[in-house]
Design a protein around this ligand. Structure first.
Ligand code: ADP
Length: 261
């Protein structure tokens, strides 16, 4: 708490009282801490792939280049790490764009079922590599007002996570249910699930339950932070229900008609 005080002096120059102002700076301090944490996290996340790129390049230059097998192996790692770095930078730019004051949605009539089909097509190869099934269950109309590009991004992130955090031969189901004023969209998987105490934290930037698993699958730790922002821009609520070892459901409730900001 920030405290300021000032005396009140009367016309007779005698002390009449004191004004004390208590200013609650808890929120300000929290914001400042969040900003510092974010910068530290970004630096760390950027440093990891760069250190690896530097290490493998130097080893190649120091002689490993002469060995055909080593050269191929190291160049494969360099290529993978560069992609990770690119993904991270893209997600960071995306997040800062979404959080920026100029960010606006392009509102249109959007059919969620059509979007789900497009997303399944994009992720079909990834799913079939893990022998996973991508399923769809639609009840009623799946048309809402929203930004098709952003809604697709939400679905890609959720379905991609569902694939990543589910072991082989699992199923990912996109369920769309029409309700009176809203359309409920669920992305359900039969995967590893999330512990109850971790659930509230997964939307934080860079928060991962299992860092190694996220890294190996090309995750940036920003996917759900982006989902949350984009859902909020649509006035949609996001909830999560999960049972470790059984699976997870992400639920988004969209309004059929555009709500005024
Ligand atoms: P990441 O790039 O690490 O996947 P996200 O922001 O998309 O980052 O997700 C944050 C964390 O939430 C993940 O690292 C993972 O631990 C957890 N998570 C997200 N989706 C799922 C899911 N469908 N099943 C289990 N855990 C999940």
């Amino acid at each position: 708490v920030d405290v300021h005080g000032a005396p009140i002096i009367g016309t007779d120059e005698k002390l009449k009282g004191i004004v004390v102002v208590f200013h609650d700076i808890t929120e300000l301090k929290k914001l400042e801490q969040a900003r510092k944490d974010f910068v530290a996290n970004v630096s760390h996340e950027l440093k990891t792939p760069v250190t690896s790129l530097k290490g493998f390049t130097e080893t190649l230059l120091d002689g490993a280049m002469e060995d055909d097998q080593l050269r191929r192996r190291f160049l494969t790692i360099i290529s993978k790490e560069s992609s990770r770095l690119e993904g991270l930078i893209n997600d960071l730019l995306e997040l800062s764009r979404i959080e920026g004051s100029k960010f606006q949605l392009n509102w249109e009539q959007v059919n969620i079922e059509t979007l789900a089909d497009e997303v399944f097509l994009i992720l079909a190869e990834k799913a079939s590599a893990k022998k996973m099934k991508l399923d769809k269950k639609i009840t009623g109309s799946s048309t809402i007002q929203g930004d098709p590009h952003r809604l697709k991004q939400i679905l890609i992130n959720l379905v991609n996570n569902a694939i990543v955090y589910t072991s082989e031969e699992g199923t990912v189901t996109v369920r769309v249910k029409e309700q009176t004023e809203t359309v409920l969209v669920e992305v359900e998987d039969t995967g590893i699930g999330i512990n109850k105490k971790e659930v509230p934290r997964i939307f934080e930037r860079f928060y991962r339950v299992d860092r190694a698993r996220s890294r190996n699958s090309g995750g940036t730790g920003l996917g759900l932070a982006i989902v949350k922002h984009l859902a909020e821009a649509h006035h949609a609520k996001v909830t999560v229900e999960s049972e470790p070892g059984k699976g997870t459901v992400f639920r988004l409730m969209f309004y059929k008609e555009r709500k005024t900001d």
